[in-house]
Design a protein around this ligand. Structure first.
Ligand SMILES: [Zn+2]
Length: 203
């Protein structure tokens, strides 16, 4: 039996499902929400509901978007034949921040939503690679940049994808290890990311 009234216990249970939120934090958030104005509480609830109701994955690149295809995939100023493959939608921000001698990345993206991880039962079938491979097969792309993190899983994923795309008329490159080995590209600063992009090599 919880020592809180049912609505409070329910909110605490839901908050505890968030990454990095333990019982103590969940209780603190719940009591903060209880003390906040009706408007603030309603705005929080509506923001959560609206997120799930209005966001989806782009049918071309799997980026999280409110319009399908996403803004990158429909941009007339971006090179639609140059695709940067990243692990998560949040990795796109790191590449967008990169400002190198070319003035930044001009291509589009493909989001895998994960990496190969045999230990956690994630095989090639669990990654979202279908639309990327189909675009390469149709000859729609000039270059695929493999920008997965330089971690064990990220390297395994890049190697697997390079193998799957080999034999088609497409240039396959891997970002340089300007990004510190073992780290997540999400945390790469703009200079590091720019040199990783510029120093990319054919694989
Ligand atoms: Zn897209």
């Amino acid at each position: 039996m919880s020592r809180y009234a049912e609505p409070m216990a329910r909110l605490i249970e839901e908050l505890k499902k968030l990454p990095g939120v333990g019982t103590k934090s969940a209780q603190r958030f719940a009591f903060h929400i209880l003390r906040s104005t009706d408007e603030d509480a309603a705005a929080l609830a509506e923001a959560v509901r609206g997120l799930k109701a209005s966001l989806r994955l782009c049918s071309i690149c799997n980026n999280v978007t409110d319009v399908d295809p996403c803004a990158y995939c429909t941009s007339p100023t971006r090179n639609q034949r140059l695709v940067c493959v990243v692990e998560e939608p949040t990795s796109i921000a790191a590449v967008e921040r990169a400002r190198g001698s070319q003035g930044g990345y001009q291509g589009v993206y493909h989001v895998l939503h994960g990496t190969l991880s045999p230990l956690h039962g994630v095989g090639p079938d669990q990654l979202r690679t279908g639309t990327l491979i189909a675009r390469v097969e149709r000859g729609e792309l000039d270059e695929v940049i493999l920008a997965t993190s330089p971690t064990l899983e990220g390297e395994a994923t890049a190697n697997w994808l390079a193998g799957a795309l080999r034999g088609y008329q497409v240039r396959i490159t891997r970002i340089a290890t300007g990004v510190p080995a073992g780290s997540d590209i999400e945390y790469a600063d703009e200079v590091t990311m720019a040199s990783a992009m510029e120093g990319r090599r054919e694989v």
